[in-house]
Design a protein around this ligand. Structure first.
Ligand code: ZN
Length: 502
């Protein structure tokens, strides 16, 4: 084996370890840390980020990459070695363009802004959060300016961190294509709004019994108690320290079963992806899911295509009836299934149905692009938010808690992340189309509670590769084309004709 390559891998393993330490500090902050730990945690995080960054963006790593370039290019494109050098080169070149002080300042500010967001959201007090948002927008604009090529949209530089190669223009085209299909579909659904009754889902669902049922479902899908954890946090998320150490969170609303249940299935989709990365890639920059669009395709596929599907509930509904006789014992599967798929424009993105969900994302995409482009001041954000909610979804926002303060992303400086949710929906349908074509009896297996065929297909097609390929490359390898909204729109049309049909 090439000695420079081994040296590079050693260096990168240390960087990866610091990344795991960072993930653990962040996980702890969101799940366990008492409130007064906030300021000290922000400093600890900034230091860990700085150390990782200095190790990674070092002259030594640069020299190793230079020396390894010709060697790696002669190897097969999809080999671990060529992929490691190629992906590291791309990340290294980006990292070298951002001053380490700016990186650390973003981490420190995000840690403080995240805690401020939790308090502001609780109190529905946008004014308390605004200075934090102003600071983080300014830092992200500075960051984008380090990376954006002259004359390009600075927002593209931020998108690239989550979905390499994806651009604001491509995202705008995707949303346009979706609007053309979604608006008439929503119209047809509105005409048949009386066809189903969401009220049948009302009940009292104690948190401990919700947790037990969620774990029952997740274990059947692939949650493994030796490799996963499930805890509670204000905003559900999934993170990982290693393929064998996946942390998921949820939150329980005792009046609504659906939030935690579908939230857990969603985060498990992320977790399965992370836990399925080839062990040969451990402690390298390839040891994680490749892009947020692909990541969201995994969570959305399990949550919506599988988890809100009729075959899935043919298996799980009797168990649900047993776990919560009230209100489900006397309710038919059919009425239950239609109710969990009810379409109703609403205030909260993470609780939105499959049809209106992308309109929530579109609104955020437009607003954050304007914030980063300098076309919208944080002071004007709530008014713009509320106006677009009215225009796109026809709902009035009663307070900022259920409006502009509902998502954690902006407090973390995660601008450019939201469009990957919709991209994930689009890709999920493309993958489902391939999976059902390639795996005979896939739906019958799901109906029998056997999720291994789908899990195995996803593992071989997606999970196993880690970050060796970009999202775009991976999608082309699996489907032979790029992101295409057509299968997603066809899926929604067929599904909601059934949900709202006679
Ligand atoms: Zn997700």
């Amino acid at each position: 084996m090439n000695a420079d390559y081994l040296r590079l891998r050693e260096r990168l393993a240390e960087v990866q370890d610091l990344g795991s330490a960072q993930a653990l500090l962040e996980w702890d902050q969101r799940t366990m840390m008492p409130a007064r730990g906030s300021a000290a945690r922000a400093e600890a995080l900034a230091t860990v980020v700085k150390l990782g960054f200095e190790r990674f963006a070092s002259d030594e790593v640069g020299a190793l990459l230079d020396a390894l370039g010709p060697w790696a290019e002669a190897l097969p494109y999809d080999s671990d070695e060529a992929s490691l050098v190629r992906v590291t080169r791309r990340e290294y070149d980006k990292a070298r363009r951002v001053p380490v002080t700016l990186k650390a300042e973003i981490a420190r500010t995000a840690a403080i802004a995240g805690d401020a967001w939790i308090e502001a959201r609780k109190a529905s007090d946008y004014a308390a959060f605004r200075p934090h948002l102003e600071r983080i927008v300014a830092l992200r604009r500075e960051y984008a300016a380090c990376l954006a090529a002259r004359g390009t949209d600075p927002y593209d530089a931020l998108l690239d961190d989550y979905e390499p190669g994806f651009t604001a223009a491509a995202a705008a085209r995707m949303f346009e294509a979706l609007k053309v299909g979604l608006v008439p579909l929503l119209g047809r659904i509105r005409e048949r709004a009386g066809a189903l009754d969401e009220g049948v889902l009302a009940g009292r669902f104690p948190a401990d019994r919700q947790r037990a049922f969620c774990l029952d479902v997740m274990r059947a899908i692939g949650f493994d108690d030796d490799g996963f954890r499930l805890d509670v946090s204000a905003h559900p998320f999934e993170t990982r320290m290693a393929a064998g150490d996946v942390r998921m969170t949820t939150r329980y609303d005792e009046g609504r079963l659906a939030d935690a249940l579908f939230g857990c299935i969603h985060e498990l989709g992320h977790g399965l992806y992370e836990s399925g990365v080839d062990p040969a890639l451990a402690r390298t920059p390839l040891d994680h899911g490749t892009s947020m669009g692909i990541h969201e395709s995994q969570s959305r596929l399990w949550e919506n295509v599988v988890g809100r599907g009729l075959p899935f509930w043919r298996f799980f509904y009797p168990r649900l009836q047993q776990a919560f006789p009230e209100p489900f014992a006397g309710l038919s599967l059919e009425r239950f299934w239609r109710a969990i798929n009810a379409v109703r424009p609403s205030l909260i993105r993470v609780e939105a149905d499959e049809v209106t969900y992308n309109l929530h994302v579109l609104l955020r995409f437009e607003l954050e692009r304007a914030l980063i482009g300098g076309d919208l001041a944080p002071a004007d954000l709530p008014a713009e938010w509320n106006a677009r909610m009215r225009e796109y979804l026809g709902v009035e926002v009663p307070d900022d808690r259920r409006g502009v303060l509902q998502d954690i992303h902006w407090s973390q400086g995660d601008f450019g992340y939201f469009p990957t949710y919709t991209l994930g929906n689009v890709i999920a349908s493309q993958l489902w189309e391939r999976a059902t074509a390639e795996v005979p009896g896939l739906e019958a297996a799901i109906e029998a509670g056997d999720f291994a065929p789908l899990r195995r297909w996803l593992h071989a097609a997606i999970h196993h590769h880690g970050a060796k390929f970009t999202g775009e490359e991976l999608l082309a390898r699996v489907t032979g084309r790029g992101a295409d909204p057509a299968p997603y729109l066809a899926y929604l049309d067929a599904k909601f004709a059934a949900v709202y049909g006679g």
